[in-house]
Design a protein around this ligand. Structure first.
Ligand code: ZN
Length: 81
């Protein structure tokens, strides 16, 4: 799995709606890719905070914004110069 693929699956992954096989690929990738670990960790924390307040239903806009922010962060961490 490439970083781009991981990012594309991010929402499904954190929602727990991703295929178990893909989930496995996801975790394999993360094991060897620190920037992706950071991104996934961040999105998980955000969702945990969100869930603490109310039933788990991320508004589409919120998700889009979060995804965008993470994408930017990810781009930064993947810069090789
Ligand atoms: Zn990666």
């Amino acid at each position: 799995m490439k970083c781009e693929e991981l990012l594309a699956m991010l929402n499904e992954y954190v929602d727990g709606t991703v295929d178990p096989a893909i989930c496995e690929e996801f975790e394999k990738h993360m094991a060897g890719c620190n920037p992706c670990q950071v991104v996934v960790d961040n999105i998980r924390k955000t969702i945990t905070l969100y869930k603490a307040g109310q039933p788990y239903e991320l508004p589409v806009k919120f998700r889009a914004r979060l995804h965008e922010a993470l994408r930017e962060k990810w781009k930064d961490s993947h810069k090789t110069g």
